[in-house]
Design a protein around this ligand. Structure first.
Ligand code: NAI
Length: 476
């Protein structure tokens, strides 16, 4: 705690560098800057205490400072142990008007290369300032509150079993400490939380499951499924940051190589385009006939992993599912095949299998790049220990696309905080006119000239001249 501000970051002296990059990012984030201009003077988020669990990057710094400019008090952690950019975290703590000696910004608990134990400690710190809304990415903060309430009601935290992941065991440990010191902590918090705005596919899947079971404790806005989020960030963001991550990690020539993209949803489509853009020969695996047909129409072969595992040079998982690449698959790969994941969680690649199978050795090359040597003499290269490689090995998506995502986040926070009682304990998406507004805010920067619909044309296609221009079922 310095100057009354609580924080835990790697190195505050990186703040000046972080500030310069934040200023560059602001120029590339016209949506967030327009929201600041529109709502900054009236401070509609005054009284909001926002707990954010989302990759602590430069782009997120611009989001945090937008929420602050709208009147909110904010506390932040990263939702991934490798995704924090330490200069961004330092700059947010110091703030635009503070100094390293007297930081005057926002509480951040995040650094690049946290252990899992530190990760759950940081996440727990989020709830130390009695938040009344959550910004989540992947659902860890939301799920911790839900588990906390469940165990507080039962009066006991269950013992972990042998099958539980280390991640889950550490979450349980965090909750048992909390239960011992304050047995009603999460129950109280859940009552005051006006809702959560969720960033990603993995997190919204968790929310819909809670809502279906009838156990969702507060309203939720699914930011991911705003068209201006998932059809841009997931796709064009990955198109940029996947190749960036692989290049920074390995510097391997991608042209001519055989690359397998597992999953052809929004992220898979961006991943395939990214690799094809580098001249790789891309093949796809899918379970969904529609996505498989889409890949095929784009000219990519849709294959079984088993049929290409011995001959591909690069494997990228994008499914949001688990157990996609097993230790057995990796044992059959070519020497120095590269294996990486850009789906939210680290169980798409069987890291546990690599670690526990006798005879397989880990040889660290540099942070977030490991060689895994098999007894037969071949090795593979695993990026970011199977976690999001575009954030672990590079710096994630670029500012412009994140401006679309984070403008949706900010609008969703405004909805939940300023309209208490209007949302039930369900999962909502933002209405289409707001989705169109987010797009609008990004057109000018690209010099886009939008054709104006005449009144007669609008009537002919059955829409208002001011939009929305498409029905809700339109798929883009
Ligand atoms: P999506 O649902 O659009 O795509 C996933 C695809 O994987 C689906 O088409 C599904 O049919 C397929 N799939 C599922 N199981 C499979 C299996 N066993 N084999 C092959 N294919 C399988 O989801 P989206 O939006 O593409 O997100 C995917 C993951 O990426 C999620 O975990 C999401 O949270 C994460 N994400 C990561 C980002 C990053 O920066 N790295 C950005 C945005 C999302």
């Amino acid at each position: 705690k310095v100057n009354g501000l609580q924080f835990a970051v790697a190195d505050l002296s990186l703040a000046a560098f972080g500030r310069k990059e934040i200023q560059l990012a602001e120029h590339e984030m016209p949506g967030l800057m327009a929201i600041r201009a529109e709502y900054g003077p009236s401070k509609p988020l005054r009284g909001a205490r926002i707990a954010g669990s989302l990759h602590m990057t430069i782009q997120t710094a611009v989001l945090i400072e937008t929420l602050v400019e709208l009147g909110a008090e904010v506390r932040w952690v990263s939702c991934n142990i490798f995704s924090t950019q330490d200069h961004a975290a330092a700059a947010v703590v110091v703030g635009p008007h503070g100094t390293v000696e007297a930081p005057a910004g926002t509480s951040v608990f995040a650094w690049k290369g946290e252990t899992l134990e530190e990760y759950w400690w940081c996440t727990d710190q989020l709830f130390g300032f009695e938040p009344n809304t959550i910004v989540d990415d992947g659902g860890d903060a939301t799920v911790l509150v839900h588990m906390g309430v469940e165990f507080e009601t039962a009066g006991v935290v269950p013992e972990p079993t042998a099958e539980d992941s280390e991640d889950y065991r550490l979450a349980l440990r965090t909750l048992s400490k909390s239960l011992a010191t304050d047995p009603q902590r999460f129950t109280r918090l859940a009552e005051q939380i006006r809702g959560v705005t969720e960033e990603t596919t993995a997190g919204v899947n968790r929310l819909y499951r809670l809502a279906k079971e009838g156990t969702l404790l507060f309203p939720a806005i699914n930011v991911n499924d705003s068209v201006t989020k998932s059809k841009f960030d997931n796709k064009y963001g990955i198109r940029h940051s996947l190749a960036d991550g692989i290049n920074r990690a390995t510097d391997v020539m991608l042209g001519g190589k055989l690359a397998v993209v597992c999953g052809y949803g929004d992220v898979g489509k961006g991943a395939a385009e990214s690799l094809r853009g580098q001249g790789a020969r891309v093949v796809v695996t899918e379970i969904d006939p529609i996505c498989a047909l889409q890949a095929s129409m784009e000219g990519m072969e849709v294959v079984l992993l088993e049929d290409v595992v011995h001959k591909a040079d690069l494997f990228i998982t994008t499914t949001g599912n688990f157990g996609i690449i097993t230790a057995d698959h990796m044992s059959q790969m070519k020497h120095n095949a590269i294996v990486g994941n850009v789906g939210h969680f680290d169980n798409e690649i069987d890291m546990a299998g690599l670690t526990t199978t006798p005879g397989i050795r880990r040889i660290p090359i540099k942070p977030q790049v490991d060689e895994w040597a098999f007894p037969d003499g071949h090795s593979i290269i695993v990026l970011s220990e199977g976690r999001l490689l575009n954030l672990g090995n590079a710096t994630g998506h670029p500012s412009f696309v994140m401006s679309n995502s984070f403008t949706n986040q900010t609008i969703a926070q405004l909805e939940l905080y300023t309209k208490p009682g209007e949302y039930a304990r369900e999962v909502y998406t933002l209405p289409k006119h707001l989705d169109e507004k987010v797009a609008h805010l990004h057109l000018k920067a690209l010099g886009v000239k939008l054709t104006k619909l005449t009144k007669a044309q609008a009537e002919y296609i059955g829409v208002d001249t001011a939009g929305p221009y498409k029905p809700d079922h339109y798929r883009y």
